[in-house]
Design a protein around this ligand. Structure first.
Ligand SMILES: Nc1ncnc2c1ncn2[C@@H]1O[C@H](COP(=O)(O)OP(=O)(O)OP(=O)(O)O)[C@@H](O)[C@H]1O
Length: 331
C-alpha cells in the first residue's frame, strides 16, 4: 500500500520514479531501483528500511551524485539533483560508506584537516567533538578507538559544515546496544536542533524508537511510507484480542461474532477478531448473549512484523532465504 504524500514546500528530499539497472559484461543486468519514490519532510528523523540488496545504498549514492540513474527525478532542499548538486552540497552531510581515517591521526587532527579542506572555521571542530561525545578522547589516535568511536568520528566529520540534511547509511552497524543507544540520542539531539536526518537501517526496533517517519523499500520500489505510527496502524488490521471469563465459551462466542459480521480466528485461549469498527461492539454483542469478556486488547504490531510482511522476507521453515532483492533483467 502506498501512502500518498502532498509534496509541500517543507520537503527536504524528494525522489520520484528513480530507476537504476546495473550492467556488467560478466553478470548481466540487474535492476536495483524500479521506479522508487521517497519524500522526507523537514525536521524529521526518517528511517529508510529495506532488506539486503533492496536498493538503499544505490538510492543514497545516486542522490549524492555517485551513481548515474537510468530515470526518475530527485531534489534535495528544493534543488534538482544531480544538475544542481553543487549548490546544495554545502548543506548536506552524508556518510554512505564507512570513511577511512588515518589511524595515526587523532580525531582532533582528522577533523581539523577536514575543516581546512572544507573551509569550515576551526572553532567548529571542538563543537562537533562535543556533540558526538568524543571531546575527552579527541587527542588520542584513531587506531585506539572502538568501532563506536570511529562511527562517532564519521558523524562528526559529516556535521562539520552544520548541514541542514544529514544522510547516514547504517549508522548503527556493528555497534553494541550501548553504542546504538548513544547514536539514537545523538540523532534525536540533532533533530531537535532543526536538522533533518535520514538513516538507513536494518535495526527495526531502533528505527521504531528513533524515527518520526519511514520509507520501506523492497525490490527497488517503495512498499510503505509515512509516520511510523501510521505505517503500523495501516498494517495492524484493526484487530482485537478477546478473552472470555470462561474459555469454554470461546467457540460459541466465535459463532455469535461471525453471525454478527466480524471475522474471527479461534485460538486456544482467545479470539482474534477483525473487521470491527469499535472494540466495544464486541463486548456488547457478546454480553447480549450472556457471554462475558474478561479482556479486550488491540492487536499491537511492531515495525519488524510490518517490514517482514511488506518485503516478503519473513523466514519460511525449511527455506534459506537468499540475500539479494534485486531483479535480474533478461538480456
Ligand atoms: N556496482 C554495482 N554493480 C552491480 N550491481 C550492484 C552494484 N552495486 C549494487 N549492486 C546490486 O544492486 C542491488 C541493490 O544493492 P544496494 O547496495 O543498493 O542494496 P542495499 O539495500 O543497500 O543492500 P544492503 O542492505 O545489503 O546494503 C544488489 O543486487 C546489488 O548486488
Amino acid at each position: 500500500m502506498h501512502t500518498q504524500y502532498v509534496v509541500g514546500v517543507t520537503a527536504v528530499l524528494e525522489i520520484e520514479g528513480l530507476r537504476k539497472t546495473y550492467r556488467s559484461r560478466r553478470k548481466g543486468a540487474r535492476r536495483a531501483l524500479d521506479g522508487f519514490d521517497m519524500v522526507v519532510e523537514a525536521g524529521q528523523v526518517h528511517g529508510f528500511l529495506g532488506p539486503n540488496g533492496s536498493g538503499k545504498t544505490t538510492t543514497l549514492r545516486t542522490l549524492l551524485g555517485l551513481i548515474r540513474p537510468n530515470g526518475g527525478r530527485m531534489a534535495i532542499l528544493g534543488e534538482e539533483v544531480p544538475a544542481r548538486l553543487s549548490s546544495v552540497a554545502g548543506r548536506v552531510g552524508a556518510i554512505v560508506e564507512s570513511p577511512q581515517f588515518f589511524p595515526h591521526f587523532s580525531a582532533q587532527d582528522t577533523l581539523s584537516l577536514l575543516a581546512d579542506a572544507g573551509e569550515v572555521p576551526q572553532a567548529r571542530v571542538a563543537e562537533v567533538l562535543e556533540l558526538v561525545g568524543l571531546r575527552d578522547r579527541a587527542k588520542e589516535r584513531v587506531k585506539t578507538y572502538s568501532l563506536g568511536m570511529k562511527q562517532r568520528l564519521a558523524v562528526a566529520s559529516a556535521l562539520l559544515k552544520n548541514p541542514q540534511l544529514l544522510i547516514l547509511d547504517e549508522p548503527a552497524n556493528g555497534l553494541d546496544p550501548g553504542g546504538i543507544r548513544e547514536m539514537r540520542d545523538l540523532m534525536r539531539q540533532l533533530s531537535a536542533s532543526g536538522m533533518t536526518v535520514v538513516l538507513s537501517s536494518h535495526i527495526l526496533g531502533e528505527v521504531q524508537q528513533i524515527c518520526d517517519s519511514v520509507t520501506i523499500i523492497s525490490l527497488g520500489r517503495r512498499v510503505a511510507s509515512g509516520p511510523v505510527a501510521e505505517v503500523l496502524a495501516q498494517h495492524s488490521g484493526g484487530g482485537v484480542v478477546v478473552r472470555l471469563e470462561s474459555a469454554g465459551d470461546l467457540s460459541s462466542a466465535a459463532q455469535v461474532l461471525v453471525a454478527a459480521g466480524a471475522r474471527v480466528d479461534l485460538k486456544p485461549d482467545h479470539l482474534l477478531v477483525t473487521g470491527v469498527d469499535k472494540p466495544a461492539w464486541v463486548t456488547r454483542t457478546l454480553a447480549g448473549r450472556e457471554l462475558y469478556v474478561s479482556e479486550l486488547a488491540p492487536v499491537t504490531v511492531d515495525l519488524e512484523s510490518v517490514f517482514l510482511e511488506l518485503t516478503g522476507t519473513a523466514p519460511v521453515a525449511g527455506q534459506h532465504r537468499q540475500v539479494d532483492q534485486s531483479v535480474e533483467v533478461p538480456a
